[in-house]
Each structure stands twice: as C-alpha cells, then as structure tokens.
Design a protein around this ligand. Structure first.
Ligand code: SF4
Length: 323
C-alpha cells in the first residue's frame, strides 16, 4: 500500500443517536449507528464500504462531509480534523469534498433547469463569473455523457441514468479531489449501472478523484474499488484489498455476502450461504460478537466476548474469534 499520507483518515469514529423518551420506555435508548470505525483512503483510491441496511455506512459517509455531527473520533482530510474546523474553514474546503446521492432527483429542484442546477455551486462558491459558468457547465455535461442540447431541460425530462449523470456533473464541476457516492447505482437498471460505474472509473483516471463508494452489494463495488470494508451494525468486520477480499474472504459475514454475488463463469458454482434472521435492532445489539445471532459458525465465546479487529495477514483485518 502507498507510503504517502492518506487523503482521508477516519479514526475510531463513533456516532450515537439518543432516542427521545416516550411513555412506554423509561430509559433513553442509545443507537450506536457507528461504533468505533477506522480506515484510511489514499489519493486516487476507491474505498468501498459495504453492508446491509442499518450497518452505519451512510452515517459514516455523511460524517466525512460533516453533514452530521459525530459523537467521538476524528475525520481527517489532508491531516485536518474536519469536525474541529470552523464553519468558515469548512466552507473553503467544501468544493474539494463532494457527495453523490442514491436518488439525484431528490436533490434537484424540479423548477430549475439542469444547466443552472449543474452550475449553481460555481456561483455559490464564487469560483467563476456568471458569463463563464455556461461554458463550464457544457464542458462537464460532455464529460459526463449528457447531450449538450439538453442544458435547458428540466429534471423530470431525464431518465434515471441521465439524472445520475447530472448528479455526477454537479459534483465534478467543483473539481473535487474526494467524492462520497452513497448507493449511486442501486436505483438503476443493471445495464445502466455498468455505464455509470464506467463513468466513475473514467473520471478517476482523468481527474485523479478519490472515492468513498457506499453500497449494500459486493458485486457493484468489485470492479471499481481497490480496498473494501465490510460493516455490520456499526462495526467493521473485515477490511482489506479488493483482491484479497474476493479471493480469500475470512469473516463469516463477508463469506455470506459474497456467496450471493453471481459468478460470471456458469461452470463455477458458489454455495449460497443464507443468513438466518434479520439484522438485530441497533439500539439493542447482541453482546459479544454482534454477528453471533446470525453466524453459522458461532460458539460460546462469540456470545460473551467482542472479537478484536486484528491484522491477520499483511493489510487484512478481521474481527472474528475463529480467524
Ligand atoms: Fe461468527 Fe464468532 Fe466469528 Fe462472530 S466471532 S463472526 S459469531 S465465529
């Protein structure tokens, strides 16, 4: 791995939510949405964060952009702790760190023409004069594969894939060096997913953009990510390079997720591991290993002791008593 200082460093990040008291609950419930997660992302890398709904992956993404506060820990961007900077300092950094949503339609004002929506951030940040913005918008529309004749159309006139291209254009127009993409293809048809993933990949090569790519689906992150972290109930279960994760997954949860990924070669068959039960309530997670209620390999110790998150081989970290 790179000897350069990381672009993003997340250190022991915790985000707890306190539920309000109500007449049925005497005690205040605390939901540990993110419970001590650490990882680094180097320049030009794509880090995949994978887990089921409720794993805390979107909360981590939002914490990296300071879209939510954190309970403790640090989020460093080029060595600066984003959560201890003043609002003025964050505003200066903001164009460099951008967000792409799962549903770009919800972030587009239906009454604003697409060209204006793509260019508005340039004006907000005072980066270009009004007369220069249209030229810049046409440039990024072309890069993102959008027809230049559509600059004056409204969001409802575009398909799902085109809207995601608009979302990407809005993010890259500010020339960011880091983008958090939260489930950016999960609402799209499979053929369109591949096109958008290729666009992410091309932009990375051309513009050296670093990504945090959030997904519930290991088959989506496989072709784009160089490093992958697998989350469960707010804790990291496994973290390693893409190649090691797909060739030699070590955590039982990763193995179960991978068993659902289709294999392109029809002569090869993966045995499907069906996990029993649902993800437990994050307000009341299981003691010991959080995964023990669904783990096919759980033993007594798994119910008592939290497994340490250990480096079991170079650059391969796993939290499991059996590994
Ligand atoms: Fe399964 Fe135990 Fe490993 Fe947790 S620690 S993943 S319950 S074997």
């Amino acid at each position: 791995m790179s000897a350069e200082a990381p672009l993003i460093e997340v250190k022991n990040l915790k985000k707890y939510y306190g539920e309000s008291n109500n007449i049925f609950k005497r005690k205040k419930e605390v939901v540990k949405a993110v419970d001590g997660v650490s990882f680094t992302i180097h320049k030009g890398e794509t880090f995949g964060l994978v887990g089921e709904s409720g794993s805390g992956k979107s909360t981590i993404g939002r914490s990296l952009l300071r879209l939510n506060s954190i309970t403790s820990g640090e989020v460093l961007y080029k060595g600066k702790n984003l959560h201890s900077l003043s609002d003025k300092e964050v505003r200066k950094i903001r164009p460099k760190i951008q967000f792409i949503f799962q549903d770009p339609f919800s972030s587009l004002n239906p009454r604003i023409r697409v060209g204006d929506a793509i260019g508005e951030a340039l004006l907000d940040h005072g980066l270009y004069r009004k007369d220069e913005v249209r030229k810049k918008v046409l440039e990024v529309m072309e890069i993102c594969g959008l027809s230049l004749q559509h600059i004056d159309r409204f969001p409802h006139e575009f398909s799902g894939g085109q809207r995601q291209r608009i979302g990407i254009a809005r993010a890259i127009i500010l020339q960011p060096d880091f983008i958090v993409a939260d489930e950016p293809v999960s609402a799209l048809d499979v053929s369109i997913q591949a096109q958008i993933i290729n666009l992410f990949s091309d932009l990375q090569k051309e513009k050296e953009i670093t990504y945090l790519f959030i997904s519930h689906d290991l088959s989506v992150v496989e072709h784009l990510c160089s490093k992958i972290g697998v989350l469960y109930l707010g804790s990291m279960m496994e973290l390693t390079s893409r190649d090691k994760l797909y060739e030699n997954p070590l955590h039982p949860y990763t193995k179960a997720l991978l068993s659902a990924v289709p294999v392109p070669n029809p002569t090869l068959k993966r045995e499907r591991i069906i996990l029993q039960g649902d993800v437990p309530n994050p307000a009341n997670p299981p003691k010991g290993c959080k995964f023990h209620t669904r783990c096919p390999l759980a033993t007594d110790i798994c119910q008592q002791e939290v497994p340490a998150f250990r480096e079991v081989e170079p650059e391969h970290f796993v939290a499991c008593h059996l590994v």
